[in-house]
Design a binder for this molecule. Structure first.
Ligand code: G4P
Length: 307
């Protein structure tokens, strides 16, 4: 995985390039991670796409909690032109994308037909944060292995259209930054691996996950690590989170033989192990952001574009 450090200059450039590419399309396929569909969305996208319909694709649905993915689908269905879940790595669900884009663009096409404009293919582009599955999805749709463009922000220069029935898809994705300004979003992104471990302290990221998992999926920590004593503490700040989660990490260290001098469990190694195993899906299918977390935090604000 390549990582990008998003500086204001990068963001401005990415935004400019995507705004330019968007002028050529009728609809947008925004890829978000099914495990954290709001944190992995770009905060500026709504502004950039204007009135164009957006179809939200929940990637890594194979790693997310299916019950929560269903709830997220219902949540997005009331807000966007379309929503569907995929496993972009294996191609599951990908065949529903073209019909969803056609449905999303139907109203616009009818308007054009009424004005006597000849029907033409619906043009769409894929946008999303680095590593969300853009290349995998485009490759699946195109049925070939297109050259990887790397995780460069914005849109790369040479662009071609991939013809998919009545839909034409831009072969290069738009790369935008995730929601970094919200502390919960940043920690969820870090747990998922979308933010490099150098950006946030992995021990605090692991502590964030321990509190989340203790609240939403307590059986997973018990089943995998035999940890019985779980903290019943909501995340408020780093210090409190660390104090609550540290005994759990120590227990994991002890159980896995991650011991330092004098047999003391090493919580830094336990944190790395835990994050690695979560990202590999070894604790099972977990969703890091539930609908009520967003609605609770942003009561009354209905879109996913809230900064
Ligand atoms: P990007 O273009 O948005 O940056 O993402 P890309 O498609 O390169 O995907 C990044 C990594 O995430 C790849 O793994 C890819 O296989 C994996 N991935 C993408 N979508 C899904 C999905 O829906 N489910 C799962 N489980 N994984 C997904 P990699 O380890 O970098 O490469 P590889 O091992 O697949 O070769």
């Amino acid at each position: 995985m390549e990582s990008i450090h998003w500086y204001p200059g990068h963001m401005a450039k990415a935004k400019r390039q995507i705004a330019e590419a968007l002028r050529r399309v009728d609809a947008v396929l925004e890829l978000v991670d099914a495990r954290l569909p709001v944190a992995s969305a770009n905060p500026m996208l709504r502004e950039l796409i204007g009135s164009r319909p957006r179809v939200v694709v929940l990637t890594r649905a194979d790693m997310a909690d299916p019950a929560q993915t269903e709830r997220w689908q219902a949540w997005f269905a009331g807000r966007e032109a379309g929503v569907l879940e995929v496993d972009a790595r294996h191609g599951r669900g990908v065949d529903r994308i073209v019909p969803a884009l056609e449905r999303a663009a139907a109203a616009r096409r009818e308007r054009e037909a009424r004005r006597g404009i000849r029907p033409r293919a619906v043009r769409a582009m894929v946008v999303g944060i680095p590593n969300v599955g853009k290349s995998s999805l485009i490759n699946r749709l195109a049925g070939r292995v297109a050259a990887r463009t790397g995780d460069r922000p914005g849109v790369t220069k040479s662009q071609q259209w991939i013809r998919l029935g009545d839909v034409e898809l831009l072969d290069t994705p738009g790369v935008l930054w995730p929601k970094l300004e919200d502390v919960h979003a940043a920690y969820r992104l870090a747990v998922s691996g979308a933010i490099k471990d150098e950006v946030l302290d992995p021990q605090l990221v692991a502590a964030y996950f321990v509190l989340w998992c203790a609240k939403r999926y307590p059986d997973r920590l018990r089943a995998r690590y035999g940890v019985e004593d779980l903290p019943a503490v909501e995340w408020t700040d780093e210090q409190a989170a660390w104090e609550a989660a540290e005994p759990v990490l120590a227990e994991i260290g002890k159980r896995r033989g991650l011991l330092g001098r004098g047999g003391v469990p090493q919580t830094d190694r336990a944190a790395s192990l835990l994050l690695h195993e979560v990202r590999e899906g070894l604790l099972g299918r977990i969703t890091l952001e539930w609908v009520e977390d967003i609605e609770g935090a942003k009561a009354g604000v209905p879109t996913s574009d809230v900064e």
